[in-house]
Design a protein around this ligand. Structure first.
Ligand code: ARG
Length: 472
């Protein structure tokens, strides 16, 4: 039967009836709906609304629904269910009879959907944090394999200073570890239970909210029933955090695309993750990277769609909130699906260290080190900058590098230049300058690799603990 039969005298317009349903997309919340329903049923029993027999039969019914859904996806083909809440009620009545209608005592779908969505987002966060740890591990492995190989670091996409390849890869790890923290922060705030909030003003029965919260692995009940039934901040924060992740992935993908081009030649595209051209026989295209870059658009779009859907809503629940689900699911699916692929890509990518190292040797990337040489011999920084700039100009005219300029010519520019100047121009000397935590001196990078591995391991442990607690 319908969930609200009594007050209506006329049937719904059939097109409207179909159009307003959410079951086609909220069916994915079934496992959370069942878990929340079981917590509610147990609270109803404790409040004296259900007998022990009724409780047992409802719990068994809920379990059977879960089993049937797992056994056959077609079990969910219900053209009449308005939403996942209605579906469970209908199936429960089919399985256990009229007692099934008792489950909804004292509760509202408004608190149910708010609870189901929190559980869904929490699980997605745990899954993504795990995926982030995997991807970061692949990046750190790459950093370790790169050893002491150097590359140009770019600003304005112009060669700037040499860095270790490892240092560059670790820059991405920092972004993704921040993303993992952001998700943990969002998880902390969302992990409270709306159950017992009713439609807006609380449950009509004396239900033990702390008990229900605990049963679902929440840290406690929400503080305000109006807020609990209408709040979707957690979904917006989550989709916002996913947007940032998508942006980070997009930057990563863009750089890999550039570096794989013939012009850079820094890395070879793994065949297992590339495609050919139907027209040009020679082509190998970075489709995986391009799709990753492209999908960031829809993830960002979802974030905007969600915020705009909520922005004008008066308190508390409004049906508009149903519209927050699809952008949320789409962002979650899109980002979660990308991760195993980008991790696989990262593991399979081949870096051409000889070519990368060669690029690190030219392009006057030791010019700042050269100016620093003068500064440490008392030349004011601005003047040192100007004199080395002139030396660079001389090199451009002669088609050579700074190391090829004779000392006489250098001393005409600045008498402080001496024989030992040539040592400071060496790639290894330039790299060694940044011998501070976070710097690109090889020993510092090795240290960073090992501390980063420890941070990733901590992340893994945290995810494991949280998952165990959530599913206890
Ligand atoms: N399918 C609805 C949603 O996603 C469930 C809540 C319906 N509540 C209501 N009062 N009509 O928002």
């Amino acid at each position: 039967m319908k969930m609200w039969p009594g007050r209506f005298q006329q049937p719904l317009d059939p097109d409207f009836e179909r159009w307003q349903r959410s079951f086609s997309f909220d069916r994915r919340l079934l496992r959370y709906e069942l878990a929340a329903s079981s917590a509610h049923a147990r609270a109803l029993k404790n409040a004296g609304i259900l007998s022990s027999e009724e409780l047992i039969s409802i719990l068994q019914g809920l379990e059977q629904i879960a089993e049937q859904a797992a056994a056959s996806p077609s079990f969910l083909d219900d053209a009449e269910a308005e939403d996942v809440h209605h579906f469970v009620e209908k199936q429960l009545v089919v399985l256990i009879g009229e007692a099934g209608y008792k489950l909804h005592s004292g509760r509202s779908r408004n608190e149910q959907i708010a609870t189901d969505l929190r559980l869904y987002v929490r699980a997605a966060i745990d899954q993504l944090r795990h995926e982030l740890a995997e991807f970061c591990t692949a990046l750190v492995d790459g950093a370790e394999q790169a050893g002491d190989a150097a590359m140009p670091a770019y600003t304005h996409l112009q060669r700037a200073e040499p860095v270790l390849v490892g240092h560059w890869l670790l820059a991405y790890v920092e972004m993704f570890l921040r993303d993992a923290e952001r998700l943990a922060d969002c998880r902390k705030r969302l992990n409270v239970s709306p159950l017992g909030s009713g439609a807006v003003a609380g449950a009509t029965l004396p239900l033990d909210r702390a008990f229900m919260a605990q049963a679902l692995g929440f840290d406690g009940p929400t503080a305000n029933s109006i807020d609990a039934t209408s709040d979707r901040d957690f979904a917006m924060e989550f989709v916002g955090a996913f947007s940032l992740i998508a942006v980070h992935l997009s930057r990563w993908a863009e750089e890999m695309i550039l570096f794989s081009s013939e012009e850079y030649g820094f890395l070879g595209l793994p065949e297992t993750y590339s495609t050919g051209s139907s027209a040009m026989p020679q082509k190998k295209n970075p489709d995986l990277l391009e799709l990753v870059r492209g999908k960031s658009g829809r993830v960002l779009g979802n974030s905007v769609a969600l915020m705009v859907a909520v922005k004008g809503l008066p308190l508390a629940y409004n049906k508009d909130l149903q519209e927050t689900q699809e952008p949320l699911f789409d962002s979650s699916d899109t980002v979660l699906q990308m991760f195993p692929l980008v991790t696989g890509w990262m593991k399979a990518a081949e870096f051409h260290f000889d070519r990368i190292q060669q690029a690190a040797q030219s392009g006057f990337m030791n010019a700042w080190a050269a100016a620093t040489y003068l500064v440490s011999r008392g030349v004011p920084s601005r003047l040192a900058h100007e004199r080395v700039g002139k030396a660079v100009q001389m090199c451009i005219e002669r088609g050579c590098e700074l190391k090829d300029l004779p000392l006489d010519d250098l001393q005409c520019l600045s008498p402080e230049f001496n024989h030992d100047f040539y040592d400071c121009l060496q790639l290894s000397s330039v790299l060694a300058i940044h011998d501070v935590p976070g710097g690109t001196a090889p020993a510092r990078v090795r240290q960073a690799i090992s501390t980063t591995r420890k941070r990733i391991e901590l992340l893994r442990q945290e995810v494991r603990t949280q998952e165990t607690h959530a599913h206890a």
